[in-house]
Design a binder for this molecule. Sequence first.
Ligand code: ADP
Length: 267
Amino acid sequence: MDPLQDFRIPEEPFYLPRQREVEVFKAAARARLPVLLKGPTGCGKTRFLARMAFELERPLITVACHEDLSGPDLVGRYLFHEGETRWIDGPLTMAVRHGAICYLDEIVEGRQDSLALLHPLLDDRRILVVEKQGRAIKAHPDFLPVISYNPGYQSALKDLKISTAQRFAALEFDYPRPETEAEVVMGEAGADPALAEQLVRAAHRIRRLKEVGLAEGASTRLLVYAAKLINQGLSPLEAAETCLQTPLTDDEDLKEAVSGIIADIFG
Ligand code: ADP
């Protein structure tokens, strides 16, 4: 039985490439290099990786990093169950042992000590030290560590350390080009071309508000959400306000600016 069956991607995920990320990623996988995906939230990093896992026929184990994420959460722990003590592999150990892609999403949210665990896995040694068991595991040849990082909204304290970043081949992501982004909205939500074009146009104008203080622009994900609400019968104006304005800011002036853009395009 395949121990990672549940982590395999059964169907080909829909993914439209932006540039040469597919070729570069596959080259890195063949060379067994760790990969860093850099870019704003909702621009397609996770979807891209699902597609790569599918094409490379490797399981994909995802860990959403957070400030309490400890070493044992990644590596594993002994559990006491029905009178016995049993070792349970954590997600990183599972990936190392069986040859999966291990995706550490939003790596800078994790604790430094848990990130330090990664280091011997990232160079030629490719070993995971399992302290609690007093041993080291050699990574399966197909093990591939991938991390993501959004340079946009973190505080300086949470910047990705250069000493960590230096251990990865990095792919820069951004929102797709307008024609590609419109195709994504059509492909994901079945929007017609005119609506997709309007949503993308609105997103472009909203993204420019970053210059006046908007923390993050409307993501591709939010455009897909808006198109899905329109499919459910909401007017484009209402759907755009629900997805492209309210989630993005609490600042009254910025809200008004976004509303103006939405009204101009959908009003
Ligand atoms: P991230 O991991 O960067 O936060 P996701 O990969 O979850 O973002 O992307 C959010 C959504 O946007 C996806 O679920 C998908 O609907 C859509 N999407 C973004 N970019 C693409 C793309 N290039 N091809 C297909 N879908 C995309």
